[in-house]
Ligand binder design. Structure first.
Ligand code: ADE
Length: 227
């Protein structure tokens, strides 16, 4: 079954409102919803913010039968061409706050794990197609960098751009990617840009987050018709 996740209410409430034949599955710390969205059977959940919450929610989704996972939400733009409202479709994901360099590992690499997790080619293509049909929204494919940090400085942006080649920064995607990769379950992350992760990021985020979350939601809706 297809699973759709978001970190916050704003990121999933627009989908939850239209979920038909809704069933609630309570799990420790996570509520999963099962139902039908635009004729497609789906699991839907809000993970909460950060990598641990995202990994927990993704695990419960897989145990409940998820065979494909879409994560939708907002992000801080890192790629210099990104503007508020644009969409990023993940090519691959990294955990930018992992640092085991003292033991000789590359920055971002967890010992025993891949340095990055690749999103599913087909889900990427479908997401990009769907994004192309959302009026007035530009879409870019790129690397998503996740960490338990809200990036809000020029230095932070520079670090993610030069060290990781990241297109955008958020706080959950790569945790979901790690869990899905372990289970061999295809996934993609779709993020709309709410801020450009600089010194105005906190203000821009609060202003634009509810608005641009709609863009990512529209992409997910468009994907449902194509899956
Ligand atoms: N989500 C939205 N904007 C973000 C930022 N600047 N850093 C991390 N996560 C974000």
């Amino acid at each position: 079954m297809l699973a759709i996740m978001g970190a916050m209410d704003e990121e999933i409430e627009l989908l939850l409102a239209d979920l038909q034949d809704r069933e609630t599955l309570e799990r420790p710390g996570v509520t999963l919803y099962r139902g039908v969205l635009d004729g497609v059977p789906v699991l839907l959940t809000k993970s909460g913010i950060g990598k641990v919450n995202a990994a927990v929610a993704a695990t419960f989704l897989l145990v409940a039968g998820a065979s494909r996972v879409i994560f939708t939400g907002v992000a801080g733009g890192i790629h210099p061409e990104l503007r508020v409202g644009d969409i990023v479709v993940s090519t691959d994901l990294v955990q930018h706050d992992v640092d085991v360099t003292a033991l000789g590992y590359e920055l971002g690499t967890i010992p025993g794990e891949a340095p990055a997790w690749a999103a599913d080619e087909r889900l990427r293509a479908v997401a990009l197609n769907a994004a192309g049909e959302v009026a007035g929204v530009r879409a870019l494919e790129g690397r998503v960098a996740s960490g338990d940090q809200f990036i809000a400085s020029r230095e932070g942006v520079q670090r993610l751009w030069t060290q990781f080649g990241a297109a955008c920064a958020e706080m959950e995607g790569a945790a979901v990617a790690q869990v899905c990769a372990k289970a061999g379950v295809p996934f993609v992350v779709i993020r709309s840009v709410s801020d450009t992760a600089d010194h105005d990021a906190n203000v821009d985020y609060r202003t634009f987050m509810p608005l641009v979350a709609r863009h990512a939601k529209q992409v997910v809706r468009g994907m449902l018709a194509r899956l």
